[in-house]
Design a protein around this ligand. Structure first.
Ligand SMILES: [Zn+2]
Length: 80
């Protein structure tokens, strides 16, 4: 799936720039959730439970935590 965002931006010098942002979403990779009915799951099935257990006091509804690899890498590099 491809989505586009196109907008015009005025620079400090007064020039007009056309900004095009393309966002590609791969539809050949499933989300892995048992709850999802949109994706075609692999032969071995989804790996994320439909109703995950939750011990959080802040968010009391079932949820998945999906860390952004760039953020994790940045934190690892900062801690070294
Ligand atoms: Zn899905």
């Amino acid at each position: 799936m491809l989505t586009n965002k196109v907008f015009m931006k005025k620079t400090k010098k007064g020039k007009i720039l056309k900004i095009v942002r393309e966002h590609y979403l791969r539809d050949d990779i499933s989300c892995g959730s048992e709850h999802c009915e949109n994706c075609e799951h692999e032969v071995r099935g989804p790996s994320l439970a439909a109703n995950p257990t939750n011990n959080s006091q802040v968010f009391n509804t079932p949820h998945y935590i999906i860390p952004d690899t760039n953020v994790v890498l940045h934190q690892v590099i900062l801690s070294c």
